[in-house]
Design a protein around this ligand. Structure first.
Ligand SMILES: C[S@@+](CC[C@H](N)C(=O)[O-])C[C@H]1O[C@@H](n2cnc3c(N)ncnc32)[C@H](O)[C@@H]1O
Length: 353
């Protein structure tokens, strides 16, 4: 170390300014590494999540001023607001806070759903990445994603981008009864019913919590007479309750790719099991993430979630087609959004003739 003593203005006591080339270089390297920006993004994600979760966001949207911090830890809440002002999420004027334009975009329905997906649903997994890599913890035993928030946040995004695709596919076939395998929080079924008063359906999921949430959602929309939800294994049609029969369209969105963990053959076998229940013109509509394995639109984050949860990885369209070719199903058409929504492709499958 080669410390230089630089002269500094003397104001009462002596002020020494020190300089060392090596330490300066190391600090500059840290700045250039982009780590400061990453830390900032990490904390901002948590702070925005806290803003929404604490109810403060809704109060800000409602224009609450006086009672903004009612019922909260006043000191922490007020300082969190100050932090968000520093970050350009809020603006403060004469003691009142409002969302900035950036704040409004960061707290849009889609932004919060994406945030909740990574922070709430998969946060418990990412925090244990080191343990998972070393084997000190095992996914599914010691570490689990949070299924409630997963269904909820997926539901928000899926409702916007996938419901129109399912409606399009149903209209095309004149289908009125739908069976949704791995229905999660039931958002798709509810939205489809709200869009067409003649549609009825059944949602099936292995997670009792998801089924409960779905039933509640249907009740809140007055759809309990048109929609039923059951706990069952989507991959074992022989165990499905009788209410699952009679569907004119069977959907399964974001569920099947987990089985790539057991190899392509496992997925071929599941699809062939579905072929057994596809009588007549019944259509199977599979919606699966379409990864490009690049670093755009959080594709790499999505990949990491699959790595850490030891799931099978989503595969590209060509691989899906090679899989369909090994089944008794054929793909009539694919449906995707050109430039909107998560990268997802829908495959409209029927029995091979
Ligand atoms: C990524 S989420 C997709 C949820 C829903 N399809 C949607 O689009 O919002 C996957 C869902 O599949 C369910 N699932 C996983 N394995 C299943 C199985 N063997 N049988 C039924 N559901 C299953 C999970 O509980 C979860 O709700």
């Amino acid at each position: 170390m080669d410390i230089q003593r630089l002269t500094a203005a003397r104001q009462g006591s002596e002020s020494l300014l020190l300089r060392d080339e090596e330490l300066t270089q190391t600090w500059q390297d840290f700045q250039l590494s982009s780590m400061p920006d990453l830390l900032s993004a990490l904390h901002l994600c948590h702070a925005v999540h806290a803003l929404a979760e604490s109810g403060l966001l809704q109060r800000l949207r409602d224009g609450v001023e006086e009672d903004l911090l009612d019922g909260l830890n006043q000191r922490i809440a007020s300082n969190l607001l100050r932090y968000l002002v520093l970050k350009g999420v809020l603006e403060e004027w004469q003691g009142t806070f409002r969302l900035t334009r950036r704040g409004a975009l960061l707290t849009s329905e889609i932004s919060l759903a994406r945030l909740g997906f990574y922070l709430e649903a998969y946060g418990p997994v990412v925090q244990r990445a080191g343990d998972l890599v070393t084997g000190r913890a095992v996914y599914g035993t010691d570490v689990r994603r949070s299924n409630g928030p997963l269904s909820r946040h997926c539901g928000t995004v899926f409702a916007k981008y996938y419901t129109p695709i399912v409606l399009e596919a149903m209209r095309d076939r004149g289908a009125k009864r739908i069976l949704d395998l791995g229905c999660g929080a039931g958002q798709l079924l509810v939205d489809v019913c709200l869009n067409d008063p003649e549609i009825t359906g059944v949602g099936l999921d292995i997670a009792p919590a998801a089924v409960e949430t779905a039933r509640d959602l249907a009740r809140r929309h007055g759809l309990e007479h048109r929609l039923e939800f059951v706990v069952a294994d989507a991959f074992d049609p022989a165990t499905w309750p009788p209410v699952c029969s009679g569907a004119e369209i069977i959907t399964s969105i974001g569920v099947l790719h987990e089985h790539f963990r057991d190899g392509n053959k496992a997925v071929v076998e599941i699809l062939n099991t579905y072929a057994d229940v596809l009588v007549g013109e019944v259509m199977l509509l599979i919606g699966e993430p379409e990864p490009f394995y690049d670093d755009r639109e959080n594709d790499s984050e999505f990949f990491l979630m699959h790595v850490l949860t030891d799931q099978g990885f989503p595969v590209d369209r060509a691989t899906w087609f090679s899989i369909f070719a090994q089944t008794r199903l054929t793909c009539r058409q694919t449906l995707t959004w050109a430039n909107a929504g998560p990268r997802m492709c829908f495959y409209d499958l029927t029995l091979k003739r």
